[in-house]
Design a protein. Structure first.
Length: 570
């Protein structure tokens, strides 16, 4: 995999950082961070944040931290931590020695909370969850102050000490910031800073029974690490006043600057980790790395390249305006990346047997086949040819319609790298299904050319039946049939699922792939790109995933749009 190229195209975040460096803020240092919560695998939307966080740090000679904001022990695990690290490395980025965890700072965070209590900026509230929501109110109407809001600081500190000591049940008390219950921003209405939660943490075990909230832990962790620019997607814009308020009250000098940017959104895709677990539990997908999922682990397993994902992020760019990108653009970048480097092989998905009646029985030969016409250094390979072959069932039609130029009774076609063949007879079973074709070949057309100059209108791929590898081939389509699978917030995501997102067939592939390692990727001629499945494929049972088809609808649409634009100008 190639190293990620830094995208130096100007955008508003780079401009802000450049001005900060010029002004000498943070002594000209640039430190960013990518702060995932380890409660699931990363999805492709995170790729944009990763590329931006690591990219701008590299552009300014700075560094980017990988920090796990692990303050919710109910859903977090070491499995997700390792998966996230694997994904970031796969995308081409490295955090070096700068791997951190919010849980590293639990003692610090506790002490900062005590400091807020002592300064009268935080208090222990005994409102229950439903009461908390009622008192908070709505944006158009001021909230109502908690009865606990004016409790003396020493009593708050003692209650907080008891919370930490485990003297209260879950939910009995919450530590809240004292900010402004009349603020139009609901997040500024005395947000929660700590809650009681008796859950075992994957790193700190049962040391703690109180955990900081995201709003508190995130900004303080940034400040502790010396982060200079905290880059977030737009949904955190309403949290920025809380971020700034907490750091100001704690007296951090030259605190981090939070800057928001538009997230990556794709049609036919749901980019939200919280929505994936129900799909997995319901059996709609096999797991976080099911090749239909939009997680980076799933895309990698399906055969997507890191280069194509980074290319998408670069083209989408960095703006403040939220929009939805056509998933066809990602698929276009994938084809652009794979075409020049994926070796070609021949495979048959839905086999129909062909017997060449005039080819000598028991004999065979090895024919030359080009590995990749886009790569002059790729060379060639030998493919076995014999009397019995498999072709695609769709490449034969007993009663061909108009403009069907492939094989039919009495018609001659070319076999790729091999010979011209003509169909003489189609054999059927008792139910009338075609099960075998009897054909003859022209030995004077070896290599696919006719000495007498006659032309054929179709070239078919094929495999030699005695030599072909029998394989399981998984044909993947988009997981969702709806362009906007989320619809409204109350929609059941399962309603948008594509019932045809997976088809499993038994096919045959030429023997050159017999020793292919898992993850190896090929172009099956005329069919698309396929990779050896990294989870289920074994030397005894090879499994291929279809990565993507050959047809590039995005590129075609782009050409059509360009042509229409030129026509309009004329």
């Amino acid at each position: 995999m190639s190293e990620p190229e830094n995208n130096h195209a100007s955008h508003f975040i780079r401009d802000i950082i450049e001005e900060d460096v010029r002004a000498g803020k943070h002594d000209g240092e640039v430190v960013t961070r990518f702060p995932p919560e380890p409660n699931g695998f990363l999805h492709i939307g995170h790729a944009k944040a990763i590329s931006l966080d690591f990219g701008v740090a590299a552009d300014f000679g700075g560094r980017c931290h990988l920090r796990f904001d692990d303050t919710n022990p109910d859903k977090e695990s070491l499995e997700f931590v390792e998966g996230i690290k694997r994904d970031v490395r796969w995308l081409g980025f490295d955090w070096g020695e700068h791997e951190y965890y919010a849980s590293d700072y639990f003692e610090n965070l506790h002490d900062f909370a005590v400091a807020l209590i002592r300064s009268g900026k935080a208090y222990v509230c005994d409102l229950r969850v439903e009461e908390f929501k009622q008192y908070r109110g709505v944006p158009t109407r001021p909230g109502k102050e908690s009865p606990s809001r004016d409790r003396p600081a020493d009593e708050n500190e003692e209650l907080f000490r008891s919370m930490r000591a485990g003297e209260f049940e879950d939910g009995a008390f919450v530590l809240r910031a004292r900010i402004d219950m009349a603020s139009p921003n609901l997040h500024m209405r005395d947000p929660a800073l700590y809650r009681i939660k008796r859950s075992t943490h994957y790193r700190t075990a049962d040391t703690w029974c109180i955990y900081p909230t995201y709003d508190f832990a995130h900004c303080v962790s940034d400040a502790i690490e010396g982060v200079t620019h905290s880059l977030c997607t737009l949904e955190f814009e309403v949290h920025r006043p809380v971020y700034d308020w907490i750091l100001e009250q704690l007296g951090f000098e030259n605190p981090p600057r939070q800057i928001e940017f538009a997230p990556l959104n794709l049609n036919y895709t749901a980019l939200s980790k919280r929505l994936y677990e129900p799909l997995i539990q319901a059996g709609a997908v096999s797991g976080w790395d099911d090749p239909r999922m939009p997680t980076l682990a799933a895309l990698r397993r399906r055969g997507y390249s890191a280069e194509s994902i980074r290319a998408l992020c670069a083209e989408v760019g960095v703006t403040k305006f939220e929009s939805t990108t056509d998933v066809g653009l990602l698929e276009h970048h994938l084809r652009q990346d794979l075409n020049p480097r994926a070796p070609r092989v021949m495979g048959v998905l839905r086999p129909l047997k062909v017997v060449l009646t005039n080819y000598p029985e028991g004999e065979g030969e090895a024919l030359d086949a080009i590995n990749n016409p886009e790569d002059p250094d790729a060379g060639s390979r030998k493919v076995p040819f014999s009397r019995e072959l498999y072709i695609e069932r769709d490449d034969f039609h007993e009663d061909p319609p108009k403009k069907f130029f492939r094989l039919a009774p009495g018609r001659e076609v070319r076999l790729r790298y091999a010979y011209f063949i003509t169909c003489d007879e189609a054999l059927k079973d008792a139910d009338g299904n075609i099960v075998e074709l009897r054909c003859h070949y022209d030995p004077e057309t070896k290599g696919g050319d006719s000495a007498d100059g006659r032309k054929v209108k179709a070239t078919l791929h094929w495999v030699s039946a005695p030599h072909a590898l029998k394989t399981e081939i998984r044909l993947y389509e988009r997981l969702f049939a709806d362009e906007n699978p989320l619809g409204d917030k109350d929609r059941d995501l399962s309603e948008a699922l594509n019932p045809d997102s997976l088809e499993v067939v038994t096919g045959y592939v030429e023997p050159s792939v017999a020793s292919a390692e898992t993850g190896s990727l090929y172009q099956f001629e005329r069919l698309g790109y396929f990779c050896v499945d990294s989870e289920d494929s074994t030397p005894e049972r090879m499994v291929f995933n279809r990565t993507i088809t050959l047809r590039d609808t995005w590129a075609k649409a782009t050409v059509e749009r360009t042509a229409m634009a030129e026509f309009s100008v004329k």
